[in-house]
Design a protein around this ligand. Sequence first.
Ligand code: NDP
Ligand code: 8X3
Length: 249
Amino acid sequence: MTRTALVTGATSGIGRATAIELAKKGYQIIAAGRREERLEELKDIITDVPVYTMAFDVRDKVAIEEAIDSLPEAWRQIEVLVNNAGNAHGLSAIQDGDVDDWDAMLDINVKGLLYVSRAVLPLMLKHGKGHIVNIGSIAGKEVYANGNVYCASKFAVDALSKGMRLDLIKEGIKVSEVNPGLVETEFSEVRFKGDKDRAATVYQGYQALQAQDVAELISFIVTRPPHVNLAEVLILPAAQASATTVVKE
Ligand code: NDP
Ligand code: 8X3
């Protein structure tokens, strides 16, 4: 039977690259995201394996449940779930923070990950196997100035990844956490609310990670033998040593 991987946030950046990379490894892909036209584009790019698309906002738990419940039989044995959907919204001192940005980050990065996992887990439990890969961040390991709520959301992903691993170990389900440093994606464009020039400065003067670098790591993690789990991996550009230490030209 063809193996199935569900990737959230497959319309851009790390999630898109991961969907393409896992397809190369022979997984049929369930691609999730809000932008339907981008999900459709993936069907043109991934041609060797079937692609099934799901458009939902990870904040909408009813939509998630409906999407998973309505999966056709051939797609129900999800072996790999990559909880990747997420973003930063804003970069401000706590006293200047926008509460709508806070809601977005906590609702998407934390609760969204929980809702998708809760909906997919019964399918994994039924088959007694599965692998969940949560995309955390170096921001879930170190807090940096003005990162407050985004960092808190990723610290929560770190705690949830550990908690999920503890709870699911007896069920034959592996849980891994991938914590990237700076990756050149649409991340900063979203953080800076469409300001492309400001976003570009984040990746200037050094070689940032590309989405493909992280996708290859995720692919490596999920293709280890059954007795191996890469539980937590921090992946950084060579020019980055900590959340705030980046050597630029
Ligand atoms: P992108 O902005 O390129 O991609 C974000 C993805 O998340 C998009 O596919 C987007 O799809 C999806 N998404 C965002 N909000 C929602 C939502 N409410 N419902 C459903 N899907 C949503 O950024 P990255 O690829 O960089 O980010 C992917 C993950 O990696 C995030 O969790 C991020 O925090 C993490 N990360 C990123 C780093 C970086 O430097 N880039 C470093 C460390 C971690 P759509 O808009 O179509 O819904
Ligand atoms: C994204 C990387 O350094 O902007 O999680 O927080 S950083």
